[in-house]
Design a protein around this ligand. Sequence first.
Ligand SMILES: C[S@@+](CC[C@H](N)C(=O)[O-])C[C@H]1O[C@@H](n2cnc3c(N)ncnc32)[C@H](O)[C@@H]1O
Length: 383
Amino acid sequence: MGVGRGEDGRLILLSAPLALFPGEQVEALVRWKPRHGEGQVTAWTRRDPRRVRAGCPLAGICGGCSQWEAGPLAGALKREMVADLLARQLPGAPPWRWLEAPQSARRHRIQLHWNGRELGFHRRDSHTVVPVAGCPAAAEPLSRAIPRLKEALEARVLSPKSQRWELAAGTPAGEVSAVAEDGRCWRLEPDGWHPASGPVSHNFGPALLRHRAGGFFQVCPDWAWSAFGEILGAWSLPGGTLFDLYGGVGFFSALLGGRFRQRILVENDEAAVEWARANLAALGLEALCLAADVPEWVSPGLGAADDLILLDPPRTGLTPELCEKLQTAGAGSMVLVGCDGAAFCRDLGRLAPAWELKELAVADLFPLTEHVEAVALLCKQHP
Ligand SMILES: C[S@@+](CC[C@H](N)C(=O)[O-])C[C@H]1O[C@@H](n2cnc3c(N)ncnc32)[C@H](O)[C@@H]1O
């Protein structure tokens, strides 16, 4: 993503198949809205000399990554993009912390598409399949499993029907699972794929977290564990009840461990809730884990002064109704996590009448893409 100006000076939000450097000139297909344009870059007319040769033959073709040509400057470019967004959307925000991704961070989940002949990723902005033999953005074992999956589909060892497949690896990345659209799962062994029902396991040293293959988990799990640990560890959090909302299999409850007297986790995926119960119990962390819809479950006045409401919603962010209910919360602190910068800033704006922004951090949890994870600590304002 980038921000540009048209020839008449109007602002254009640009999406590009390869990184955009400040000062570059591009051609773009632009759809004009009343006050700005939204464009897709089609060609570069002035390229930044710092561009590097992409480390992936599909850079700019498949829809997965957009930063290959930025090479070692990718982190700095993303930081500039975030700075620009925050300056426009959150003027007056406190200084924010940036956590750059380590070079070693790789994806532990990738989605492939089989069309009956080819196995690959979706072409950018399209549903056609671009065949792939490996993926340098994924953890090694996942990348090596791609041709093994293709062989099994061609040989009809696995269902040859056209569909989406997820390949997932635990932490450290070793065992690989392939999950079909109907949720059926196979594990890759040296002699091929075997039906499997066991979970994917992530060993973070102090904590072991498990989830059903195909269920949500952090894309770069070990990097996410250390980045969130660094961010939250540096902030002053209370110690009463942790409301871990949109809690998945207990990632944040486990990460914050014994810092809270008790925890209540709410998540609408029942299988994830079962795993959250097991994960937190194995860590000796007492937790009430509930399968429920967060906006419905939250009641006005939620929590007490020594409690923390932690919200990690999907990309779309919080609903207006939920923001409304949170205005009356009794909890003294809130952490908001968001992987869509615009939705995150919008939600901070909606919460602002009752919640003061105290701390802000942004981590590059999705290396090689234009996405980032933003985290905010808010403090309840007393009327
Ligand atoms: C971004 S993920 C975060 C999961 C968890 N915090 C983690 O870090 O692993 C969002 C989670 O919210 C759940 N979810 C989505 N909509 C929900 C809703 N309306 N109510 C409760 N949970 C929801 C999803 O199933 C998913 O597990």
